[in-house]
Design a protein around this ligand. Structure first.
Ligand code: KG4
Ligand code: ZN
Length: 355
């Protein structure tokens, strides 16, 4: 069978990303420009500002992606683009670009759910011993999501659980902000936690024994805040050791719930693979905890797939990858489906499993 080459475009938040991927598994080229450092002066992403930068970065990013891949637009078979969830202004930049290119180049357009994209990063991981097997359990842990999804095939996804309030990455970011450690909080809290004692403070493990697969992280964040206030009242300041202990104790609580619920879901649904992705999957500690929990609690043939950081955080490779596996179901052909392409609109509120 011929290979299928797909151009992916991702603009759901602050990134402007493009990638060219072969058969959903092999990355030919990928590029990301981010306006996050500019946005940091506003204390977070401002959709309008992000979108303006995306219109500026889009063409240069596309150009360098084709140069890197050493192919021409005519060599691609389709264009996959993030349709949601995300921020409306930024999403519009990617979707309108993809619609235009689909028309001009006469290539099929594949609208991709960003969350389903994240899951497909696992098929791009060259270092994985094997690709994930169905049925699989996907844990998407990022700054905006904490989702458990059961996947019976590339197109059959069932939501199993999700956070009731804050996402786990958001909790890391908030704890870092309380401790004045900077943004994003995950990597720096992780570094501090590696030096601290995880048993120094006993923080709550919200919903750890609940009968469902949902999460809650806002109470944990508040418990950390109160503990810090208490320490400062008592000692006047938070030194390095105390900060490290707080980070370690917080991380331990946050990850214990993630791991426990993932294992319970994997057992309940008898999955063959457990997949962890999203920015929080960058945590080496989480990967180690998951490895141990999978080995201790699941049958030996169950694989754990944790794509590396460059694939797990927001980028366009997994959008192109998902485009390959969802091509038959979703591709719109400019010759046949021109009206549908024209009327395609981003959906900022798309749920994690909607195709
Ligand atoms: O997927 P992502 O790049 O962006 C979205 O949120 O969509 O995830 C970013 C999140 C941030 O909240 C960041 O603090 C968290 O991932 N993160 C981590 C680590 N590295 C990044 N959380 C825990 N430990 C880490 N090492
Ligand atoms: Zn994302």
């Amino acid at each position: 069978m011929d290979t299928v080459i797909i151009l992916g475009i991702e603009t759901s938040c602050d990134e402007t990303a493009a990638a060219i991927v072969i058969d959903g598994t092999q990355i030919l080229a990928h590029n990301i420009a981010s306006s996050l450092s500019i946005q940091n002066q506003y204390g977070g992403v401002v959709p309008e500002v992000a979108a303006r930068h995306q219109t500026e970065y889009m063409i240069p990013i596309l150009k360098s992606t084709f140069e890197q891949a050493q192919i021409k637009p005519d060599d691609i078979d389709a264009i996959a683009v993030t349709i949601g969830p995300g921020l409306m202004g930024p999403l519009l930049v990617g979707v309108e670009t993809a619609k235009t290119l689909s028309y001009v180049w006469q290539k099929p357009l594949i609208p991709i759910n960003h969350m389903i994209g994240h899951i497909h990063s696992a098929w791009l991981d060259e270092d994985a011993p094997a690709p994930p097997k169905f049925p699989l359990l996907a844990l998407i842990a990022s700054g905006g999501h904490t989702d458990l999804i059961l996947m019976n095939s590339h197109t059959k996804l069932t939501p199993i659980g999700s956070t009731r309030d804050d996402a786990v990455g958001e909790a890391f970011d908030k704890v870092a902000r309380i401790l004045n450690l900077g943004y994003p909080g995950g990597p720096i809290v992780e570094k501090r936690a590696d030096e601290g004692n995880p048993n120094a403070y006993s923080f709550p493990r919200p919903m750890i024994d609940s009968d469902d697969f949902n999460f809650s992280y806002s109470g944990l964040k508040t418990a950390v805040l109160y503990k810090i206030k208490e320490i400062i009242e008592l000692r006047g300041e938070l030194d390095e050791r105390l900060t490290n202990d707080i980070c370690a104790s917080f991380r331990s609580a946050a990850f214990e719930v993630l791991v426990r619920k993932s294992i319970k879901a994997a057992q309940t649904y008898n999955v063959k693979s457990v997949l962890v992705t999203g920015g929080v999957a960058a945590s080496r500690h989480l990967k180690a905890l998951m490895q141990k929990a999978v080995a201790d609690n699941l049958p030996a043939e169950v694989s754990l797939n944790v794509p590396p950081l460059k694939l797990a955080t927001d980028n366009a490779t997994y959008i192109a990858g998902a485009g390959y596996f969802l091509f038959d179901k979703l591709a719109l052909n400019p010759q046949k489906d021109f009206e549908s392409i024209l009327s395609l609109e981003p959906n900022p509120n798309l749920t994690s499993t909607e195709i």
